[in-house]
Design a protein around this ligand. Structure first.
Ligand code: TXA
Ligand code: MG
Length: 353
């Protein structure tokens, strides 16, 4: 398939691709998405083929404004509305009861649908121009890190989609926070840039549960919890509803975020000793802690982030960079389990497999 490359101003052409039933890779503030009209079952099926994604892993539906929630969801619980009001447009996905209009292929047959209102200006213009909800997973081939810039999106999807729309580098660099809201119960299914602290700030005394190891949001969520991160697995001590309904944890079986190189996660204090063990090995380093004189073994490529947000923004891009540089090992600093650190720990644990 010939893939057309579009600039950020070519919104009309990009919207036309989706309206004609085609596949469009487009930027969001989290990662690039691989989009099709959510009303078009055949186009949505083509998303699964382009990604090599298992059919049991549902897609997130993107809309331009909260006014369109009623088109894709059968109901919007009060807590969900409060969260959308606080954090949308932005990197938040909420699992809602599905509208009967959403094709089965989008939800993988579940009775719920994940809904997100992205904030990236190009994504917003695109959604407005398209005029229909857009189903879009991350634009990586299944199992690979999500693309967070145009070059990575092209490398992953050239020849597999009709067009790729350039929107530069993604602001957050990790996929959206996914929440399940059932009545007063709120459960984090995937950690992201909307942190537990931010959610607690809006919901006050509402308990925020953690996804149990069988209760993640499909492939992209929950692996770290499965790997035993006590912070996320324990949460507020509330069991996720999905834990009791494992059929709603569609992607748990699938691997994610894997670069070619082996990922080793190391806390700042462990860095000097960990690096000494890599004598003679070609490795890359990413973290916020500078490698000082006590780190005698030097990385072939080093990515020093200015803070944890910057670390998140650059993580997947660095995975591709380290692979291109022929690194056999990636040493990634493991941050503390707070704020965006939780999302970083989740993705790092899964990349380390
Ligand atoms: O930031 C993001 O969320 C990006 C951009 C493109 O919006 N999208 C993204 O999509 O990360 P994807 O498909 O790579 O990850 C979505 C996750 C999957 O693990 C899927 O299983 C889960 O959301 N999911 C989608 N619908 C669900 C539902 N109804 N119930 C439970 N999990 C769901
Ligand atoms: Mg994904």
């Amino acid at each position: 398939m010939q893939t057309l490359f579009l600039g950020p101003k070519q919104i009309g052409e990009a919207a036309g691709v989706i309206r004609r039933g085609g596949l469009l890779v487009f930027p969001t503030e989290t990662v690039y998405g691989l989009g099709a009209s959510a009303w078009d079952a055949e186009a949505c099926r083509a998303i699964f083929t382009a990604k090599g994604r298992p059919a049991d892993n549902p897609l997130i539906v993107h809309i331009a404004t909260p006014a369109l929630l009623g088109e894709v969801a059968a109901a919007v619980p009060g807590q969900a509305r409060r969260l959308f009001d606080a954090f949308s447009p932005g990197p938040l996905t909420i699992i809602l009861p599905r509208s009967p209009r959403i094709p089965d292929v989008v939800t993988a047959g579940l009775d719920t649908v994940g809904v997100r209102i992205p904030s990236h200006p190009v994504a917003r213009s695109l959604l407005k121009a398209v005029g229909v909800p857009v189903a879009a997973p991350s634009a990586n081939r299944s199992g690979r890190p999500s693309p967070t810039d145009f070059a990575a999106a092209v490398a992953q999807m050239r020849g597999r989609v009709d067009a790729i729309l350039d929107g530069g580098e993604c602001e957050h660099g990790l996929e959206s926070t996914i929440l399940r809201v059932v009545g007063r119960q709120v459960t984090v299914l995937r950690e992201g840039a909307i942190t537990r602290e931010m959610i607690a700030g809006v919901l006050g005394d509402v308990p925020i549960g953690a996804s149990a190891d069988t209760g993640a949001a499909g492939g992209a969520a929950g692996g770290a919890e499965a790997a035993g991160d006590p912070e996320t697995a324990g949460g507020a001590g509330v069991r996720s509803p999905a834990h009791r309904r494992p059929a709603e944890a569609p992607g748990m079986r699938h691997t994610h975020y894997r670069p070619e190189a082996r990922v080793v996660t190391v806390t700042a204090g462990e860095l000097p000793a960990a690096l000494r063990r890599l004598e003679g090995i070609r490795f890359g380093y990413i973290g916020v802690t500078p490698l000082l004189g006590d780190c005698t073994t030097r990385p072939a490529v080093s990515v020093l982030a200015s803070d944890l947000e910057d670390y998140a923004r650059r993580l997947y891009r660095s995975f591709y960079l380290f692979d291109a540089a022929g690194c056999d090992v990636i040493v990634a600093e493991l941050p503390a389990s707070a704020g965006i650190g939780r999302a970083l720990r989740d993705r790092l644990r899964r990349a380390a497999g």
